[in-house]
Design a protein. Structure first.
Length: 256
């Protein structure tokens, strides 16, 4: 299949770009950097034009950096269409690879055949590596296909997973361009894209990537650290999530 690896990165972010190069080099892969659109110092009049569209759709007004991030991801979607790619791996410049992306690339025809998707989430933000197993429990998923030690499926809900690394098919790129032009949602508004625009978003686990904690986000001043809950709250939440997992996989309850 015809594919490329794209990394969204602001021009001049050499430390981040060197980080990304080293991440992919360990698997003998070379990404293509796409200069992110920096809206942080944009004129208020231009931002107001976007806000007017958002108000017409009754959605939250985005800040300048969020608009720039969304435009940057759409820039890659446009490349997927123009180059007639079957799919692309899209990553942000604070990605930390946990597994070889080639494992996913080689199985992509089977993934698409048995669990058709437009976007496949490959990793999560604001999650420590050692907390991934707990994250899977807290974000139950309906399994739709298994390949080796990978599973593909639909989570109970799409919120808070970010856009640090995902597979974007050509059909998915066209849908994203249609759904978010002009920009009305953040780049990772997967819930909105699924329920308002019929984007098929699946997750591949175990994750091959997480967000690196070595860099501060350009959209936020700091990373969110895991919030410690009391034991009773943790047990109740895990029990709830286990019930949801059983319901989706054995009782045919549909993900939200």
């Amino acid at each position: 299949m015809n594919y490329e690896i794209f990394v969204v990165s602001l021009a001049g972010e050499n430390a981040r770009r060197n980080h990304v190069k080293s991440q992919f080099a360990q698997y003998e892969l070379e990404p293509e950097f796409v200069n992110a659109i920096d809206m942080r110092n944009t004129q208020q009049e231009l931002l107001s034009n976007y806000h007017e569209v958002m108000r017409s759709k009754n959605v939250r007004e985005l800040c300048a950096s969020e608009v720039g991030c969304a435009l940057s991801h759409l820039k890659i979607a446009q490349q997927v269409v123009e180059r007639n790619l079957d799919f692309a791996l899209v990553a942000e410049d604070d990605v930390c690879l946990l597994r070889n992306p080639k494992d996913v690339f080689t199985q992509m025809p089977e993934f698409l055949q048995q669990a058709a998707f437009d976007v496949a989430i490959l990793g999560y933000v604001k999650v420590y590596r050692e907390h991934l197993a707990d994250y899977y429990h807290r974000m139950p998923m309906k399994t739709e296909a298994k390949f080796g030690d990978y599973i593909v499926g639909s989570p109970w809900k799409q919120k808070h997973c970010g856009a640090v690394a995902y597979i974007l098919t050509q059909e998915g790129a066209r849908k994203l361009l249609c759904a978010n032009t002009p920009v009305s949602y953040v780049a990772d508004a997967w819930d909105e894209f699924v329920y308002r625009h019929d984007l098929r978003v699946k997750h591949i686990r175990p994750s091959i990537a997480i967000e690196s904690l070595d860099f501060l986000s350009t959209n936020n001043n700091d990373k969110h650290r895991p919030v410690q809950k009391n034991v009773f709250s943790q047990m109740f939440h895990l029990l709830k999530c286990k019930c949801l997992e059983i319901g989706m996989n054995y009782l045919h309850i549909s993900p939200r």
